[in-house]
Design a protein around this ligand. Structure first.
Ligand code: FES
Length: 108
């Protein structure tokens, strides 16, 4: 396997419904991850880029959360319909999708 140019992490953390932090799973992150997988397959992106479903990324209140390295770009409120823009503009085009980016303050 070659070194991927970028690595996409999609939070799929779930929590009990009464949990105060909520979760990305409750906000539809499984659909987002599935859409990434389908598009990676269709566009033959495996190998060029990496994709991983993961646990909590810390921005639960604005999920579903998607984190992309090496730029450390954190996206919030990502819907299935946003995946095309992230792939075309960010992964392939090199320009993060501004409208979905969380502010740098999230890194504290
Ligand atoms: S549950 Fe997804 S960022 Fe915390």
């Amino acid at each position: 396997m070659g070194k991927p140019a970028k690595h996409v992490f999609v939070c799929t953390q779930s929590r009990p419904p009464e949990h105060p932090r909520g979760s990305c799973a409750a906000n539809g992150s499984a659909d987002v991850l599935q859409e990434f997988k389908q598009q990676f397959e269709q566009r033959q992106l495996w190998g060029r880029f990496a994709l991983t479903g993961c646990g909590c990324l810390g921005t639960c209140g604005t999920g579903p959360s998607v984190l992309i390295y090496p730029e450390s770009v954190m996206y919030g409120g990502v819907k299935k319909g946003d995946v095309t823009a992230i792939i075309e503009e960010h992964l392939l085009g090199g320009n993060p999708v501004e409208r979905l980016q969380l502010p740098p303050e999230i890194w504290g």
